[in-house]
Design a protein around this ligand. Sequence first.
Ligand code: PBG
Ligand code: ZN
Length: 324
Amino acid sequence: MFFPEYRPRRLRRNETLRSLVRETELSLNHLIYPLFVVEGHGIKEEVPSMPGVFRFSVDLLKEEIKEIIDLGLPAVILFGIPAQKDEIGSEAYAKKGVVQRAISAIKKIAPELLVITDVCLCEYTSHGHCGIIKGSEVDNDLTLEQLARVAVSHAKAGADMVAPSDMMDGRVARIREALDEAGFSHIPIMSYAVKYCSSFYGPFRDAAESAPQFGDRRSYQMDPANVREALREATLDVEEGADILMVKPAMPYLDVITRLREEFNHPIAAYQVSGEYAMIKAAGKLGWLDEERAMMESLISIRRAGADIILTYFAKEIAKKLAK
Ligand code: PBG
Ligand code: ZN
C-alpha cells in the first residue's frame, strides 16, 4: 500500500503515538561516566575544552561520587593523571597510584557503583605514547607486560572491570591471563577493540596530559578508512577473551557499531569521545545548535546504530534530563 492509502504521518500525530512506536530507548542503565582523577590536594579544575567536565584530586571525589549516585548513574570509568611520568609509565601500576587510591576512595563512598578503569600507559609515560618505546617505535610485547601489571593493580585496588585502550596486539589475552593468575577470573574485560586514530581525542589529551611528545599513534590505532579491519580486530579480542567490545569514537563510526552488532553476540559499547562532546558544547555556547536536543539525538543515534552501552561525558546531564 502506498500514498494516499498509506500515510506514515498517522503514527506521528501526538507524543503518545510516537512513544508507542519508538524503536530505541535511552536509559541510565546503559551509561558510563568518565572521570579524571589528578594527583594532589584540593583540586577541582574544569577542562577548558570540555565545559562541565572537571579533574578532581582524590580528596575532592566524594561530592562528585555522591552526585553520580544520586543521579542514578550505574558506572564510572577512571583516568588518572599522575604527578610523575617516566619512560615506562611505572606510576600506572603503583600501589598508591592516583587511580588505585581513587578506586578505594570510591568503593568506600559507594560500594555499589561500578568502577571501571582505563588500562593504558599514555597518561603515565614521559613521551606520551601508549606503550614502551624501543628505538623509535612502540614495542608491542614489552608493553603487554606493563599492561598486565596495570590491570592487576587496578583489580587489587578494587576495580570491577578493566578496559584496555592501548591497541597493542595480544593485550586482551595477556591481561586475561594475568588477572586469572592473580585470582581475578571474575573481573570482566571491556576491550577498546576497535579504536581509531582520531582527531576527536584532542580535548581528552589536554585533560589527561597524554598527547604524544613525538610522532602520532598511527602505528597502533586504526586507520579511519577501514571497517573490515575492525571486524578482524573484534574477532581477535573475542578469541582472546574480551567480555565487551568497544568502538571508539562513536558518531563518526556508527556504521562500525552496526557491523559489530550484526557480526558478534557480545555486548557492544561505544565511546562518545571528548571531541564529540566538545563540538556539541561549543556549538551550543555559540547558539548555533540546541545543545540539549543535539545531546539527546547524538545518544539515541548511537543506541539505534546498535550500541548496548555508551561511555559519555553527557551522562550526568542526561540523568538530570531523564529525571524531569
Ligand atoms: C588512552 C585513551 C584515550 C581516550 C581514552 N583512552 C586517548 C587516546 O588514545 O589518545 C580518548 C577518550 C576521549 O577522547 O574522550 N589511550
Ligand atoms: Zn593510551
